[in-house]
Design a protein around this ligand. Structure first.
Ligand code: B12
Length: 299
């Protein structure tokens, strides 16, 4: 974290204006360019949903918030922004192509509605000095490592311009709550490619693992993403192999494929289901069975 406190604004002002102390509301926005926004001409229901993915980043940001923060996620592709929101804090998550819209929204919330705005995501993490000109605070990198401190400072009225507290411990990641998203608005996963980390010979990863004595298999025929050719650090080889098989067996079980195909009918035309979903599902299933990954009565 660096930089000095931003005076004035923020929590204490909102608190005195509203008289509220507990259960703070946080509005987290996924901005998007005009032609993709809900209500635009390009938005025909099927054409867009087929390739609209729910944004994982925002779910993780929400999960990183302290439990007494009530987060609402608004995706501009799915619903319009309510500028009259009673949220105390506005968050905007964006990549580079959405930066102009993010800055526009931040300007409206800060200047017209007097709301503090925090930024996070790839673009503000890569260009924090640009981003801070449009926001009260920028989270550089992962929310899990920064948001708790950010919120503590916000509540104390001393939000800092930048937060960059390294990376989060993946073993302690909170579980995202998918109910925060409008479920029927997004494409469903039709295929999963689960692969085991493979240190290919000639790469820095291979050299590092070799130096650590962790390469346990030098038969290049096993370097196919389906075999464990190195000694993992945090689990046994058997656990890694079993986990990989478990994921694929669950996803490509006949019952799971049937459920997916039925759900696809809600938003995909039958021709797409027949030409894309069915071959993907059964094609993967056949390949995985042939390679011995699928089976053992789990299909
Ligand atoms: C998976 C992925 C996708 C998936 C997303 C699926 C999903 N359900 O989310 C799909 C395939 C849809 C996708 C699409 C695109 N992607 Co993409 N994608 C990635 C990838 C591989 C991982 C992103 C990810 O999920 N990370 C995990 C999440 C949890 O982390 P995160 O996003 O960093 O979020 C954390 C922090 O940034 C922070 N944070 C984020 N937002 C906020 C907000 C606040 C307020 C706070 C406090 C913190 C915070 O907290 C989060 C949790 O720790 C990255 C490359 C990579 N290896 O990182 C590229 C990447 C993000 N994609 C990129 C691009 C360009 C795109 C597309 C524009 C490509 C295109 N032309 O279609 C589209 C945009 C889609 C859209 N409508 O937004 C670029 C972005 C570069 C940039 N500077 O903008 C990347 C970096 C790839 C690259 N190297 O170029 N992508």
């Amino acid at each position: 974290m660096h930089g000095g406190a931003r005076p004035g604004l923020i929590w204490s002002r909102w608190e005195s204006e509203t008289g509220r102390v507990a259960n703070m509301k946080f509005l987290l926005i996924n901005p998007t360019a005009r032609h993709w926004r809900v209500g635009s001409k390009a938005q025909t229901r099927r054409a867009t949903r087929v390739f609209r993915f729910s944004m994982l980043s925002s779910l993780y940001v929400a999960a990183a918030m302290p439990p007494d923060i009530e987060t609402t996620i608004v995706d501009e592709e799915v619903e319009p922004i309510d500028f009259e929101t009673n949220a105390a804090l506005i968050g905007i998550s964006f990549m580079t192509f959405n930066a102009p819209r993010a800055y526009e929204l931040a300007g409206v919330f800060r200047k017209q509605y007097g709301k503090p705005v925090i930024f996070g995501g790839y673009h503000p993490s890569l260009l924090p000095d640009e981003a801070i000109q449009h926001a009260d605070s920028v989270c550089i990198g992962e929310a899990e490592a920064n948001v708790p401190q950010m919120i503590r400072d916000f509540r104390a009225g001393r939000l800092q311009p930048f937060y960059r507290n390294g990376s989060a411990d993946l073993r302690r990641l909170p579980v995202p709550n998918r109910r925060l998203l409008r479920r029927t608005a997004y494409a469903l996963p039709e295929a999963v490619q689960a692969t085991i980390l493979t240190p290919f010979p000639g790469t820095p990863l291979f050299r590092d693992m070799e130096a650590q004595g962790r390469i346990i298999d030098r038969d290049w025929a096993h370097y196919d993403f389906a075999n464990v050719v190195f000694e993992p650090k945090q689990m046994s080889r058997e656990t890694l192999r079993a986990g990989h098989r478990w994921v694929l067996n669950r996803f490509y079980a006949c019952s799971a494929i049937a459920r997916r195909l039925l759900r696809s009918m809600l938003y995909l035309p039958p021709s797409t289901i027949l030409r894309a979903c069915v071959p993907l599902d059964f094609g993967y299933r056949a390949r995985l069975r042939a390679s011995g990954i699928l089976g053992n009565g789990t299909g």
